[in-house]
Design a protein around this ligand. Sequence first.
Ligand SMILES: [Zn+2]
Length: 401
Amino acid sequence: MGTSLTLFKVFGIEVRVHWSFILILIYGAFSATGGQINPILGALYGILVILLLFVCVTLHEFGHALVAKYYNVNVPSITLLPIGGVASLERMPDKPLEEFLIAIAGPLVNFALAVLLLPLAFLAYNFSPQSSVAPLSISNLFAMTQTPSLVGLLVNLTVTNIGLALFNLLPAFPMDGGRILRALLAMGMSYVQATRIAVLVGRLMAVLFAVWGILNASNGGILMLLIAFFIYVGGGSEREAVESRAVLKNILVSQALTPSAQRLYTSELVSRAVDLIMSSYQTDYPVMDLGGTFVGVLTRARLIYALHTNGADARIVDVMIPAAEVPTCSPRDNLSSVWEKMAETGSRDVAIKEGGNFLGLITIDDINEVFQVIGAAMTKSVPSNKGPQLPSNNTPETTGV
Ligand SMILES: [Zn+2]
């Protein structure tokens, strides 16, 4: 999402809009010009309809985001794309009931908006010139959506909100309905099993969406194809993440620590680290002070940077990552918690401490090694390794339009 513009920030959540959003506004302007007496007025009306529609999408995302925040899940941003909104949740809660409530909150916002908008549409109709000519009826209300009018706008938004809610409730994981399905399944089986079933159902839905999209290519089908693609790919990568986490949950930090790992001392020079790195496979070194207290980490990337800027005679204490920036876990935690700490902080390393004593580092390379060795054996269907990488730190949540 490199190219998005921040609109505003509320409840600590940045609301951003992706550049491609402009395409949907142009589409809105063009689609509303046909058959209008005044094409300019029609185009402006089309843009207004799209903008208000995305106000509803944003409120839908805030439904998810605020319930997530209630359960202490951080939500840094909401991004608006032509296919809908994405609320970036830093993690999904472990409890199925919490995921269920986060997922259902979005569609419930749209149902609530529809309930508020419909009486306003009736009220606006009573004050409109039409009310003296034609009695209030559903067909007369719908007739007014064809031309720019307040009544037409309100009816349009009511119908769209109901449509948004129903569409999002389809069991197409990782869309809301799919998350609801996963959460319900997870109440009676393992999280991994529930995710596998939800992803399978979601992929079947994606195929149906794609077929519909191809058959209706001239009538908004392209958006449906994009949504189908998102569901197919997004579901698969979430299943992998859940399976990986399940593998890591079975391994204790104490089992993964390397007792023989080399350490550096604050008084030493960078040249000492160069010697060590040339003679071993170890890439990340804990740095201790003379009293034996853990004070920082020197990674290979930091070392290379230090050699470029400070030279080999720099002191390690001046170039290391300070301990305050390195997250901490206990040896009794499992590797899944370590992985989560890495995702939350963006750190390659987690310091393992017990009762204030430093025991060692777990690095992202250690985690990837576990995936290679154990992951490949446990989940044969999953491609074993994609090289060292930090886990993705957001769980995108999407609303189709
Ligand atoms: Zn949603």
